[in-house]
Design a binder for this molecule. Structure first.
Ligand code: SF4
Ligand code: SF4
Length: 552
């Protein structure tokens, strides 16, 4: 099977000499509607026709305590505890956080660090559960069937308690996106059913098989944010999903909600690009969709919101596309969160992982996993197992930039990727930020079209990581400096206080010494004795005798 990017590599060639004809064809591949730039990669959606199947329970479930953007949760169970499906086992810390729930009933085997799906292969604190096979549910969250009669704040709280995060890959806690801001009321809710990444079809299947729940979930969201309009955005390469959603809308009789069909183009599923494609309006740099009155939610997240509110079921499972040329039986599988990846791959006929490269997510925005024995988490929308020889990124040899400008043409954000990459490659991060490094959405379009095989997006990820690290170190240094200064001030203050106390004591001692000395002086001096009558008589006698002795 050819590599994913072979088509474009062949099309463009590797140098400017081949550029003239290639550029014409490349231009034909780039759409013009909605947002600027973008590409049309090979779809490779061979799992689109495969219904969702349930994965059996694995022997162990590994639940990382951080599966969201924000602060890590703290465990609220202990080793040996019995837990039920849907029971909260990790408690949110801080505002931006999402709790973690047990995906089935069983026993807590350990609470320890375990490898998680991350390109660095790092570990995180995880709760490891051994399922008991009974799958008993915790009934703590009762269904809210008549949600329209409830206060929107109560609905948002239910979504918070259910641990729902953006299942399109962003994993931002959903309840925060649903907070009402009276300065910026939400006018339109856009459901993202685009799924423009090659290979991935999990959202497509969810729209086909759970269209009614998605429509009801959209109604829950519209009630929570008090929005008046709803749009379900789907690309024209999913006609069956478009029909299913239209039918579900008709059956639900939802006013002011429509299905909007958009021409297929990558990265249309990216939030700001989708908003531009649907509304024709751009989200200003540094602002949120909310600032132009729009809220975007993924269709899978919307189904999870339905389950949490209408069924009282927290987020403990999700649909994942398992595909790639190393997978004998690709599938869309509904897995319990925390299921080890090798267990899921074995369900698809892939047991020998030698020479296999795993990509977490799609081929454009996904990340290669250096370790296999990691669990599927809330952000796992796809898992691609590729043979090493067909993985383009491993076989391509980077060549010098020929300044063809293709990367600039396809960038949906309007960046200059070749210049930006030059600064990032040479660790000139300040210059990189001047070239709007942090506006890059890491869509990978620039890397995809680069005839010199320059892994541009990798440079941007590297630079962002380095800037974040430098900022963290700077913040730590500033905090240390502030703490050191506070300590010095405290010590100086204490020293001054001690000196003042000593001085006061010395003064008191000196004063009491004076008093004492005076008192002692008074005591040593003999008191003047008044002569007694006898003494007076004696003295008179002596005087008289002396007078008699005197010669006449
Ligand atoms: S980095 Fe951009 S300008 Fe340079 S060769 Fe690649 S696509 Fe062309
Ligand atoms: S620079 Fe960033 S946003 Fe632009 S095409 Fe490359 S990866 Fe996408």
């Amino acid at each position: 099977m050819p590599g994913l990017f072979d088509r474009l590599t062949t099309l463009i060639g590797k140098g400017a000499a081949k550029g003239a004809a290639s550029r014409v064809e490349l231009k034909a591949m780039i759409g013009t509607a909605g947002f600027s730039g973008g590409v049309h990669p090979k779809q490779m959606k061979n799992t689109a026709g495969l219904p969702i199947v349930d994965s059996p329970l694995p022997p162990r479930l590994i639940l990382p305590l951080k599966q969201h953007i924000g602060q890590v949760c703290t465990p609220i169970v202990e080793v040996g505890d019995r837990v039920l499906r849907g029971q909260k086992i990790g408690k949110s810390q801080g505002y931006v956080s999402a709790p973690v729930h047990a995906p089935t009933s069983g026993t807590v085997l350990a609470i320890e660090e375990h490898a998680v799906p991350h390109p660095s292969g790092m570990g995180r604190l995880c709760i490891i559960i051994e399922p008991d096979g009974k799958d008993e549910a915790d009934e703590n969250l009762p269904p809210i069937s008549n949600y329209r009669a409830e206060d929107p704040g109560l609905i948002r709280e239910r979504i918070r308690l259910s641990g729902i995060v953006g299942l399109g890959g962003a994993v931002f806690p959903t309840f925060i996106k649903l907070l009402r801001d009276h300065r910026h009321p939400v006018e339109m809710v856009i459901l993202n059913g685009i799924e423009c990444e090659p290979y991935l079809t999990c959202d497509h299947r969810v729209m086909l098989e759970h269209s009614a729940e998605i429509v009801r979930g959209l109604d829950v969201i519209m009630h929570a944010v008090e929005a008046q309009r709803g749009v379900i955005a789907i690309e024209d390469n999913k006609p069956d999903a478009i029909a299913a959603m239209q039918q579900a809308l008709t059956e639900a009789d939802l006013a002011h909600v429509e299905v909007r069909v958009l021409p297929t183009r990558y990265p249309q599923g990216s939030e700001k690009q989708l908003i531009q494609a649907v509304t024709g309006r751009q989200v200003p740099v540094g602002k949120l969709p909310l600032h132009i009155g729009v809220l975007c939610q993924n269709v899978g997240t919307t189904k999870a919101i339905h389950d949490a509110v209408c069924l009282g079921v927290p987020l403990t499972q999700r649909v994942v596309t398992i595909s790639g040329d190393a997978v004998p039986e690709p599938a869309n599988i509904c897995v319990r969160i925390g299921t080890p990846i090798p267990f899921v791959l074995a369900q698809c006929g892939l047991e020998d992982l030698n020479g296999v490269r795993l990509i977490h997510g799609g081929p454009m925005m996904g990340e290669r996993l250096p370790r296999m024995n990691v669990p599927l988490v809330k952000s796992t929308n796809g898992l691609l197992a590729m043979r090493q020889e067909t993985l383009y990124s491993e076989n391509a040899v980077e060549e010098p930039c020929i300044r063809c400008g293709h990367c600039v043409t396809v960038c949906p954000v309007g960046l200059v990727p070749n210049e930006l990459a030059w600064h990032c490659r040479h660790d000139q991060f300040d210059r990189g930020q001047e070239y709007d490094l942090f506006d890059c959405i890491e869509c990978g379009c620039c890397s995809y079209v680069c005839p010199s095989h320059i892994p541009l997006v990798h440079y941007f990820r590297y630079a962002k990581g380095q800037v974040a690290k430098i900022e963290k170190e700077r913040a730590f240094a500033e905090l240390s400096k502030a703490r050191s200064e506070a300590r010095d001030n405290r010590l100086a203050h204490e020293q001054a206080e001690r000196a003042a106390r000593r001085s006061k004591v010395r003064k008191q001692q000196a004063a009491s010494a004076v008093v004492k000395a005076k008192a002692e002086d008074g005591a040593d001096k003999p008191a003047e004795k008044k002569p007694t009558q006898a003494a007076k008589d004696m003295k008179a006698k002596d005087m008289k005798a002396k007078d008699m002795e005197k010669p006449a």
